[in-house]
Design a protein. Structure first.
Length: 378
């Protein structure tokens, strides 16, 4: 296990528009030097802090550790800069690696070439160090060590990814409907809605159940990474038995912090088959929800204040016509005294919901441009 007296710089990447939610989450979790930033949130800590972020963050897409920054106006400088990083603790010829690059406004403007030169530098270092002159192999889809290079205005920033698979892959979603919502986006919407984790909660168009399941996990303080078999850093060369013991103990502590007393969390949908998928996913996640097959159009508000967060169908994927959108807005207008958050892919929602939006955030859902609208319905 690494010497943890040295503070490291980490970067938690996020979906565009959810940075403030991720920033609030990381501060709430007790991480240090958390700063609001575009496309993700920097923070500082020890190796164990990076591991804990993988286990506990609901909103981060990935957790990366900064390895180096250097000027790289041409390929020789890039090669030397990568060679100057000590890769030996993390990579042996037994590990597989992948290198990805993004280039913006730089002399080296081909991401594939930058990734290839960086890979060459890494394997040359490992081969030089190994007594048998062996080198690690490249794996595009399932590498043990993943390296990311951001080359912006000729300055290279090099990260190693602690996550492995993206952190949205919790491990509970066995099956999805036609338009699945990423778990990390669902978690961000819940926080951005202002839900206090005490008020009853409803997703009336739940699909495969992601939003409601994430709500139950958040309310019960169930760390999302507990369902993962392992993370990327657990495949690194320096992840020894001491580190593995620490992770077992940390997972045990987090399991012990789970709270079973949560507010009523409901998930409903008009499609009985997709509701069955939601039930299966909830069982896999180990959370208890209240399920009901019904149309949102039949939903009536009640005197019991409820928070609604939902992802209605969009024209592009699920054939939502204007009649359905108007029916949805009419139903929302009947939810008197409720708070409603809707990830809207169409302007009709703003036009026909009577209450002014308390929040109007541009947040993409995959490749689709959407707005997250939050209302206090009077």
């Amino acid at each position: 296990m690494q010497d943890n007296n040295n503070m490291l710089d980490f970067f938690a990447s996020s979906i565009s528009g959810t940075e403030s939610a991720l920033c609030d989450e990381l501060r709430e979790l007790g991480f240090s030097s958390v700063r609001l930033n575009r496309s993700g949130i920097p923070f500082r800590g020890t190796w164990e802090d990076g591991w804990r972020a993988c286990l506990e963050s609901r909103i981060a897409q990935r957790i990366q550790v900064l390895m180096s920054r250097f000027q790289a106006p041409e390929q020789e400088a890039l090669y030397e800069g990568i060679m100057a990083i000590d890769w030996i603790p993390f990579i042996t010829p037994l590990q597989t690696i992948s290198v990805s690059a993004v280039c913006v406004g730089s002399g080296l403007n081909h991401s594939g070439f930058v990734a290839l030169k960086a890979k060459d530098a890494i394997v040359d270092q490992i081969r030089k160090y190994d007594k048998n002159q062996q080198r690690p192999s490249v794996s595009k889809n399932d590498a043990d060590v993943r390296i990311f290079i951001y080359l912006v205005n000729n300055k290279a920033t090099v990260y190693m990814d602690l996550s492995g698979d993206g952190l949205h892959r919790r491990g509970y979603r066995q099956q999805t409907g036609d338009a699945p919502l990423r778990e990390t986006l669902a978690a961000a919407l819940l926080r951005l809605s202002g839900w206090d984790r005490k008020t009853p909660f409803l997703d009336p168009m739940c699909g495969s159940g992601t939003i409601a399941i994430e709500a139950a996990m958040w309310a019960s303080n169930f760390a999302p990474g507990l369902l993962r078999k392992r993370f990327g850093f657990e495949r690194w060369a320096n992840f020894d038995e001491e580190a593995a013991k620490y992770m077992r103990e940390l997972r045990g502590e987090l399991r012990g912090a789970v709270c079973r007393q949560i507010p009523r969390i409901q998930a409903s949908d008009i499609d009985g088959d997709v509701l069955d998928l939601a039930r299966k996913n909830a069982r896999a996640a180990g959370v208890k929800l209240s399920f009901k097959q019904r149309s949102l159009l039949d939903l009536q508000g009640s005197s019991s204040r409820t928070v609604v967060v939902t992802n209605p169908p969009y024209d592009i994927r699920l054939g939502a016509d204007s009649k359905l959108r108007h029916g949805i807005t009419s139903a929302i207008n009947r939810m008197h005294g409720w708070r409603v958050g809707i990830l809207a892919g169409h302007d009709d929602y703003r036009k026909f919901i009577s209450a002014p939006a308390k929040e109007n955030l541009e947040i993409p859902n995959g490749t689709l441009k959407c707005q997250f609208l939050v209302y206090e319905v009077e």
